[in-house]
Design a protein. Structure first.
Length: 86
């Protein structure tokens, strides 16, 4: 990596891997997102075309997807701020 180690530590990153995030396979959500040309976190219940427990799980995964990518974006912004000195 190209920034001082402290920059990565401030973002809560493990210096043994410099991993920004671990992204699980969101299977159906990704496929639906592509079908409807809609971000995963913006998929509606109607677009998911599911019911019952399957719908409940997809809604939870949709929230998880949003949180994961928001955290990733925040880390990148934080590293960018460190790189620019702001």
């Amino acid at each position: 990596m190209v920034l001082p180690e402290e920059a990565y530590l401030r973002q809560g990153m493990d210096l043994s891997s410099y991993c920004l995030a671990t992204i699980p396979d969101f299977n159906t959500l990704i496929a639906r997102s592509q079908d409807f040309r809609t971000p995963v976190f913006a998929l509606t219940t109607e677009q998911l075309q599911q019911t019952g427990v399957v719908l409940e799980n997809s809604l939870k995964k949709r929230v998880e997807f949003y949180q994961l990518f928001s955290q990733l974006a925040d880390k990148i912004i934080g590293l960018t701020d460190d790189a620019s000195g702001t």
